[in-house]
Design a binder for this molecule. Structure first.
Ligand SMILES: *[C@@H]1O[C@H](CO)[C@@H](O)[C@H](O)[C@H]1NC(C)=O
Ligand SMILES: *[C@@H]1O[C@H](CO)[C@@H](O)[C@H](O)[C@H]1NC(C)=O
Ligand SMILES: *[C@@H]1O[C@H](CO)[C@@H](O)[C@H](O)[C@H]1NC(C)=O
Ligand SMILES: *[C@@H]1O[C@H](CO)[C@@H](O)[C@H](O)[C@H]1NC(C)=O
Ligand SMILES: *[C@@H]1O[C@H](CO)[C@@H](O)[C@H](O)[C@H]1NC(C)=O
Ligand SMILES: *[C@@H]1O[C@H](CO)[C@@H](O)[C@H](O)[C@H]1NC(C)=O
Ligand SMILES: *[C@@H]1O[C@H](CO)[C@@H](O)[C@H](O)[C@H]1NC(C)=O
Ligand SMILES: *[C@@H]1O[C@H](CO)[C@@H](O)[C@H](O)[C@H]1NC(C)=O
Ligand SMILES: *[C@@H]1O[C@H](CO)[C@@H](O)[C@H](O)[C@H]1NC(C)=O
Ligand SMILES: *[C@@H]1O[C@H](CO)[C@@H](O)[C@H](O)[C@H]1NC(C)=O
Ligand SMILES: *[C@@H]1O[C@H](CO)[C@@H](O)[C@H](O)[C@H]1NC(C)=O
Ligand SMILES: *[C@@H]1O[C@H](CO)[C@@H](O)[C@H](O)[C@H]1NC(C)=O
Length: 758
């Protein structure tokens, strides 16, 4: 991986010198700060970020390598803008027809190293047309096989689904050419915005020439200046000092790649979830990120913390208090509205997730009650009128929306607080097969293919976990505790919320517990090889106790009462709650600690990191078939789960040292240390797990900032492998490629190893 930081004003000047190559343009408003750039190479994907005060965009060049699976990796150029979640995706094919022979490369030039900005306000449009340009080298003659111009969501429907293209979008692409130069452009469904992409020969002395026949673009081998631009209004980038606190400024020199990535994802309107696939608002992602990054995140008016909370409150469903999972904006919003026979460019919100609601009070407590700046901001923050971004919430304030959300949580929590039966636990929403962070096919035993976009694909029917572990055992009680604290002046509510929380903390966990006798556990991991493609040792000898874990979810189809997949979601409970039932806490902590340390398939550890799901203890072969190394939430590693587990274990260990001051203002009596603190068989086990986890995090530092990665077992080791290079599980449609940078994977800016436990 390669990182480069470069002064952008230079690039602006240099690219201005090449203005003759472009359409009419004008001088962009000068930026006070230099541009920020970042180059990240992770073959076959080369990622380039460019942002200055006029534009922010990312380019991704995919070029097959020796050994690339050519059915999955083909030459591709993607340009993605956070503004409008917009993008361009073009695929290229070698003219000789031999896949694997065409290589694409972005090269440094006088335009930039390699990217420079495009700024054009001479088109008589309300907003200037802005984007990026650079020089693309093709090593052989090529044809542009597919071009999608408009929304990243449209692009994801193509690359992640079974190649879905929408005629109303594809047919609107205009192709023009003259003198070796080819232009593609498309007017959006809003009738206002135009996205365009131009290729022209770069070096006049070379053979490069682009030509057009009907709608087929052909390129001779050579170098081309490409310029990608569009006139949708850009977001307002947060200044670096509005993202990180002053004392974290060192991070810009010790972890420059991560701080630059965090900057690229930070705007006053919202923080973006990931690049390139999720350059937009996601409620869960931004709140988990803020909770993990909180020690280094700047607070106050116009800062990253308020951008996160404000974006969430702005998008709360005013009718029922649900938190918006993902927004639909830009061209895809107009398209989605049209699917509902509505002519409108208004943004839409997806409210199908059930976990996101609960992070809101937890983060509000952290900021508005526990942060000294937040305490002072609380009144002004609550009084902020909603509706400037989400018109549906006009006439409400952020404070009113927060209360509507809290009421929802109280309402949903009441039945189980009153009667502790399975039916009163929180279920997925009616008709939904996803609802928490494992929101993919087989994520939590769900027979779905909704992923983060809404793609309608046929699937195999089985599974269907309806009652998720994380929501019921951790998120609900944590949110209730926060509601009790936030609305402490509201005596009745506060008391009730605390009382509910106690019941949820104490009574929900037992529904999910799975115990496997040692001999059965050994047999299961030994036979796992037969049920899967796993080629390594079974590790059965390491199972020296009965195995305990907590199922991902309850009530699958096929009468699967518990989804018997060992997993990492207990990190939420360790991170968010100080539970007080000693027996329960001891059992849970010891099982977490043991399962983390055992090597897969006996446990969760691999050389590539701690995996988020282990299906080896499910005897039904369908477990092994669905939670694979190629599944988005299969036997794979998610960076943020490493961070939350590490922090969660540290917090629980911390309870043994710090005398907890009760949160009740009236009594300053220190809370007793939990029982596990004095049981060395557990305490020492947790310390060992903490260190094993950190050793593995440090060992995998190269990929920590990316979204998700997988492994192959080779030469006696679990070797890190890109998810996109592995086949998806049967029935899962397209494969998912990991974002090279994901907001919540930047948590290691704040989550560090506690040396006291070495
Ligand atoms: C080359 O790859 C494309 C896209 O994956 C595929 O449609 C085509 O059939 C392949 N051609 C050959 C000769 O393998
Ligand atoms: C392109 O320029 C960047 C920034 O100056 C530099 O880090 C990189 O090595 C250059 N790439 C090549 C291929 O020369
Ligand atoms: C765009 O223009 C077309 C044709 O006039 C019209 O049918 C459509 O409703 C317009 N779309 C929007 C979002 O205004
Ligand atoms: C040109 O493209 C159109 C639309 O894709 C197609 O219907 C037509 O047959 C093509 N003509 C030629 C000469 O390839
Ligand atoms: C952080 O910066 C301060 C002031 O520049 C310096 O004194 C300190 O040693 C730095 N800390 C680290 C960990 O680099
Ligand atoms: C917060 O910042 C905005 C934008 O800079 C400003 O308009 C507003 O007055 C500030 N609010 C408070 C309470 O400081
Ligand atoms: C908001 O919640 C209500 C009640 O559940 C629902 O009918 C409505 O469709 C939701 N709004 C949106 C925009 O989804
Ligand atoms: C949209 O209108 C068409 C034609 O009138 C109708 O068939 C379709 O059911 C409508 N779709 C929705 C989502 O209302
Ligand atoms: C907001 O209030 C105004 C004036 O009372 C009203 O016209 C408008 O419909 C309201 N908007 C919403 C979204 O409720
Ligand atoms: C979605 O998939 C289901 C199940 O295959 C199918 O019945 C339905 O027609 C599809 N709906 C759309 C809008 O494609
Ligand atoms: C848990 O206890 C610790 C003290 O060890 C305290 O700092 C922290 O705020 C508590 N967390 C919660 C969620 O109550
Ligand atoms: C905790 O786990 C360790 C390792 O599996 C085991 O040796 C020990 O007996 C367990 N302690 C309790 C109290 O269950």
């Amino acid at each position: 991986m390669r990182v480069s930081l470069q002064l952008g004003s230079l690039a602006v000047a240099l690219s201005a010198a090449n203005a003759k190559h472009l359409q009419p343009r004008s001088n962009p408003p000068a930026c006070n700060n230099s541009a920020s750039t970042l180059s990240l190479t992770e073959a076959p994907y080369n990622n380039y970020f460019y942002s200055d005060c006029n534009v922010a965009a990312q380019a991704v060049i995919t070029s097959p390598q020796q050994g690339s699976d050519l059915t999955r990796i083909s030459p591709r150029l993607i340009v993605a803008w956070p503004a409008g979640n917009s993008g361009i995706c073009t695929f290229f094919a070698p003219q000789n027809g031999e896949n694997g022979t065409l290589a694409l490369e972005l090269v440094n030039s006088t335009v930039g190293s390699p990217l420079g900005p495009v700024y054009n306000d001479s088109l008589n449009t309300e907003h200037p047309s802005v984007g990026i340009q650079g020089v693309l080298r093709l090593n052989s003659s090529a044809t542009l096989s597919t071009a999608i111009l408009g929304s990243i969501r449209t692009i994801r429907d193509f690359v992640e689904g079974p190649s879905i293209l929408y005629p109303e979008i594809q047919d609107a692409v205009q192709y023009t050419s003259s003198e070796g130069r080819v232009s593609l452009s498309r007017l959006w469904l809003d009738n206002v915005t135009t996205t365009s992409l131009t290729f022209q020969p770069w070096d006049n002395s070379s053979s490069s020439k682009a030509s057009l026949s009907n709608r087929t673009v052909s390129f001779e081998a050579g170098e081309y200046l490409f310029a990608a631009q569009m006139n949708y209004p850009q977001l307002s980038p947060l200044k670096p000092e509005a993202v990180l606190i002053g004392s974290a400024v060192n991070l810009t020199t010790t972890m420059p790649d991560q701080t630059t990535a965090l900057s690229f994802l930070s705007y006053s309107e919202k923080l973006l979830a990931g690049a390139w696939r999720f350059l937009t608002y996601f409620g869960r992602d931004s709140m988990i990120s803020a909770l993990l990054l909180e020690p280094v995140l700047r607070t106050g008016n116009g800062t990253a913390m308020e951008a996160v909370l404000g974006a969430v409150l702005e998008r709360v469903n005013r009718t029922d208090g649900s938190v918006c999972h993902e927004e639909t904006i830009g061209d895809y919003a107009t398209w989605s509205n049209a699917q509902n026979n509505v002519t409108s460019t208004a943004m839409l919100c997806d409210y199908k997730m059930i976990d996101s609601d609960y992070f809101l009070p937890v983060l509000m407590q952290k900021y508005l009650l526990e942060d000294p700046v937040g305490q002072k901001r609380a009144r002004a923050f609550f009084n902020t009128p909603a509706g400037s971004i989400n018109a549906a919430n006009k006439n409400l304030t952020w404070g009113e929306l927060a209360i509507i959300n809290a009421k929802r949580i109280m309402r949903l929590a009441a039945p189980f607080a009153n009667e502790q039966k399975k039916g009163n636990l929180i279920h997925l929403k009616e008709g939904q097969v996803v609802g928490q962070w494992r929101d993919s096919t087989y994520g939590m035993a769900s027979d779905n293919l909704l992923l983060k976009a809404s793609i309608n694909i046929t699937f195999r029917h089985w599974g269907g976990g309806r009652i998720p572990f994380d929501v019921n055992t951790a998120l609900v009680p944590a949110a209730l505790r926060s509601i009790a604290a936030l609305y402490a002046d509201h005596n009745h509510w506060a008391r009730l919320a605390d009382q509910y929380a106690q019941t949820w903390e104490d009574k929900s966990l037992e529904f999910f517990e799975v115990n496997v006798m040692q001999s059965d556990a050994r047999e299961l991991v030994e036979s796992y090889k037969n049920r899967s493609a796993f080629e390594g040792p079974s590790q059965s000898a390491s199972i020296d106790t009965d195995v305990t874990f907590y199922s991902l979810a309850l009530e699958g189809n096929n009468h699967l009462e518990k989804v018997a997949v060992m997993n990492t979601d207990d990190c939420y409970r360790h991170f968010l709650l100080n539970t007080t039932n000693d027996d329960q806490l001891s059992r849970l902590l010891n099982s977490t600690a043991t399962n983390i340390q055992r090597t897969f398939p006996a446990g969760l550890m691999t050389d590539a990191g701690m995996i988020v799901a282990n299906p080896a203890f499910g005897a039904d072969p369908v477990y092994a078939q669905n939670w694979t190394t190629g599944a988005y939430h299969g036997t794979v590693v998610w960076s943020w789960q490493l961070a939350m587990m590490a922090k969660g274990l540290e917090r629980q260990l911390g309870r043994c040292e710090v005398r907890i001051m009760s949160s009740r203002r009236s009594s300053a009596k220190p809370a007793p240390a939990p029982g596990f603190c004095t049981d060395s068989s557990i305490y020492d086990n947790v310390v060992r797990a903490y260190n094993a986890l950190w050793d593995s995090i440090e060992h995998n530092s190269a990929q920590l900032s990316s979204e998700v990665w997988s492994w192959v077992y080779r030469d006696g080791k679990f070797q890190v492998t890109q998810l996109a290079s592995l086949p998806p599980p049967p029935g899962a449609g397209g494969q998912t490629e990991s974002d090279i940078r994901q907001l919540w994977s930047l948590a290691f800016l704040a989550v560090t190893r506690n040396e006291n436990y070495r």
